[in-house]
Design a protein around this ligand. Sequence first.
Ligand code: PGA
Length: 238
Amino acid sequence: MKKLIVANWKMNLPALKPWKGFRVQKKTEIVICPPFPYFQNVKGNLPGFKLGAQDVFWEKSGAYTGEVSPAMLKSFGVGYVIIGHSERREWLNETDEMINKKVKAALGAGLKIILCVGESWVVRKRGVSAAKNFVKNQLARDLHDVKNKSGIIVAYEPVWAIGSGHSDKPSDAAEMARFIKSLFASSKSKIRLLYGGSVNDKDAASFLHYKEIDGALVGGASLKVRELKKIITQSYHN
Ligand code: PGA
């Protein structure tokens, strides 16, 4: 399976000039998720990269100030959307119920969703099975009543690893990846599984090397062109 590298730029716009001339090889899929107003900059400057959004709303249109619908994203050439990022869960009080509505609306509109799940440090301290249990329950709530699982990409992002400079142990992330995939074993469509949380150019290969891990969701390191290029290159060899 092709590896998938998703760059989550959060509320940042890195310089795009240094990308000139960089061509993505067909064996990897690269998705850039810039802030909404910068889709055009990415389209114009990074040919060969796909476009993703960092969030979406569940309604089609109406009086929802500040929100963007799945169809609006699609009309801009956006194919992917991150849903349930822990920063939104934590700071904006996004609930599983809201995430579930977003998941259904985005899938219904034909977008691929990158659903972020992961345990806090408080949970992880209790052990691996507590973390697995947490993630299992989170997935059950976020995907409640979602019949067709095609187009679902799950990003396992332990909350304590995000932006901390301390990524998970690759073998632990692979174990969680195996576990998450086993939860979808009875579903007809296979999900793809990404690891996210402080992935950088030094350790990306050690995650991508596991066959259970189909790619990476990269935050901070994706803002540095040299680092992201190195991560992309490592994905060619895994
Ligand atoms: P990070 O962010 O790579 O900076 O830890 C990952 C994410 O928030 O998706």
